[in-house]
Ligand binder design. Structure first.
Ligand code: ATP
Ligand code: LTN
Length: 333
């Protein structure tokens, strides 16, 4: 941990298989940021249970997500990589922050409204409290920045509000975090409905490319991607959302800029373009998938990473929690 570096926090939930949206919007950026920040990266299993999970599947997805972080290049020697439920301070700070959060503002959160509509049979308190737990995650580690996709903007805003409210009520305790969005790929859209974000739990499996998809599936999904009828390959998200989305994906996976990508395909047909995007994504994902499988076969290693991560995370988290308990008047021994 280098004192001169700023602190960074992010997490992904171990729900469903991850899509290239999660990769582009989250994990890929982590591998670039880990050199410049003191990073904490969590597997948010406590958030995951706000929607009903099958226990054995949740357990398996937890390790699978850890192996994926590592396979993508997140380095446990540089970052603290851990499982949220291994650090009880998350639940403890969440409880305190609940008393600084209003029911009305939680009811108005976009994700709460969306998920309540999708899971009408189980609108539980955890689902409503999701943003407060996320605020606890971030604030426990005194994070300066939180790299996330655009869909998480409202959650980071609330974390800032809660931090400021607490700081104003007592004295400066929490760092007020900033969201960090990447220029390209902060929002990758659904291949079948380019007006919608690509999601791991979307209804149409052809709209999302999963990191676990095999080569043929990846190429087929791109071949079927929805574009438009004017047959011109250029970046213009307003009028050409499908083509622009494919150009963003191509740019990230090929390492070229969006302009370079557009130039490369100008004058070419949509068929060739979509095939090329599929190829580059499949080529880039193959070594990640192989490495993930290799790591999953070495459970003692994965457990070791989680153990070391939990110790490091708990140390930092407990320091903040103890400050909070002192300020609010919890008698300490
Ligand atoms: P779900 O569909 O289950 O709600 P999700 O696909 O939105 O899940 P999360 O676990 O909520 O995935 O998000 C993990 C990270 O991936 C977050 O930082 C989020 O902003 C980012 N992310 C998710 N989808 C996209 C996308 N389509 N484009 C860019 N970033 C994304
Ligand atoms: N809600 C986030 C996952 C998450 C997170 C966090 C992201 C849980 N805790 C703290 C950033 C910081 C999501 O991406 N769905």
């Amino acid at each position: 941990m280098e004192e001169s570096k700023k602190f960074l926090y992010s997490a992904v939930q171990p729900t469903n298989n991850l899509t290239i949206g999660n990769y582009i919007g989250a994990i890929r950026n982590w591998t670039m940021l880990q050199n410049d920040y003191n990073c904490y990266f969590a597997i948010a299993n406590m958030h995951a249970i706000t929607v009903r999970q099958t226990p054995a599947v949740l357990r398996q997805r937890t390790l699978s997500l850890l192996a994926l972080y590592l396979a993508c290049g997140v380095d446990p020697e540089k970052c603290t990589l851990y499982l949220q439920s291994h650090v009880p301070a998350h639940a403890e700070l969440c409880w305190v922050l609940n008393t600084f959060t209003y029911v009305g503002e939680m009811e108005r959160m976009t994700q709460f409204k969306d998920k309540s509509a999708r899971h009408a049979e189980n609108i539980n308190m955890g689902l409503m409290d999701y943003p407060v737990l996320m605020a606890a995650d971030i604030l426990l580690y005194q994070a300066d920045v939180v790299p996330v996709g655009l869909d998480q903007r409202q959650h980071v805003e609330i974390a800032r509000d809660i931090a400021q409210r607490f700081n104003n009520a007592y004295s400066p305790t929490f760092k007020v975090p900033e969201a960090l969005y990447m220029k390209v790929g902060a929002k990758i859209n659904d291949l079948q409905d380019p007006a919608k974000k690509m999601s791991k739990s979307g209804e149409n499996p052809n709209g999302s490319v999963f990191l676990s998809d095999d080569r043929d599936t990846i190429i087929r999904k791109f071949r079927r991607a929805v574009t438009d009828s004017d047959l011109e390959i250029r970046y213009d998200p307003e009028t050409k959302p499908g083509v622009s989305n494919l150009l963003s994906i191509y740019s990230v996976f090929s390492g070229k800029t969006v302009e370079e990508a557009a130039a490369e395909f100008s004058g070419k047909g949509y068929g060739d373009f979509k095939a090329a995007v599929g190829e580059v994504v499949a080529d880039r994902l193959a070594p990640i998938q192989a490495q993930q499988q290799k790591l999953l076969a070495d459970k003692p290693y994965l457990d070791g990473v989680l153990k070391k991560g939990a110790d490091g995370a708990a140390y930092a988290a407990n320091k903040t929690l103890s400050k909070v308990y002192k300020k609010i008047g919890f008698y300490q021994l």
